[in-house]
Design a protein around this ligand. Sequence first.
Ligand SMILES: Nc1ncnc2c1ncn2[C@@H]1O[C@H](COP(=O)(O)OP(=O)(O)O)[C@@H](O)[C@H]1O
Ligand SMILES: [Mg+2]
Length: 231
Amino acid sequence: MSSVKYAVELNDVHKIYAMGRVKVEALRGVFLKIESGDMVAVVGPSGSGKTTLLNIIGLLDRPTKGKIYINGVDVEGLNENSRARLRLNYLGFIFQMFHLVPWLNALENVELPLMIAGIPRSVRIKRALECLRLVGLEDRVNHRPSELSGGEQQRVAIARAIANRPKIILADEPTGNLDSATGLSIVTLLKKLNEELKTTVIMVTHNMDVAKLTNRIFYIRDGVIEREEVV
Ligand SMILES: Nc1ncnc2c1ncn2[C@@H]1O[C@H](COP(=O)(O)OP(=O)(O)O)[C@@H](O)[C@H]1O
Ligand SMILES: [Mg+2]
């Protein structure tokens, strides 16, 4: 897939969660344009719609209304199969709680998405090792998550997220479970990947020190982007 100007474009996106008879309007008309190769932060208070927004961009959830373009492609018309393929090959996910598989070691955790993508074992191991080297964990490949620090676990999660060479990394509070120094080193790593691999990075956070390491900050409140700031 060749690159277009915008990696992600959202046009008047709404999301209403129906909880029985109660409706929660999590997104109330989001307009957003993120340039290919950019690194941006989405900042806002708890409950403002950040995770909902990221899940919709990541094709993990569908909007109630509005248009989403990923690399210029209108994703509304795609069937589940195409959406899954786009997620696997085009998007990388990083979460606050790392979400590593506890009984697999670091190498096997990073191999997992490559296995799902049907990549043969020898290529897989080589690529997984490469990714672990990129995040500075070449001497931890045989460790299981419980044998790693929080920061190291998040590095494994980042290696896993980049294993399929995604165009876009989506990170939901990636530093939320780490002390501030470790958190900053994780964002510095994401910045390095953004610069060296030209991966677009979209990071949700409520930590301004973390947000300021990106190029652009979108402020979200009550389900709308209130303003945008170039750092
Ligand atoms: N699956 C869900 N069902 C119902 N309401 C939800 C669901 N997920 C989130 N919400 C509600 O939507 C709003 C936005 O939530 P969320 O996107 O998780 O915000 P943030 O990540 O900024 O804390 C909140 O009011 C939350 O309670
Ligand atoms: Mg959230």
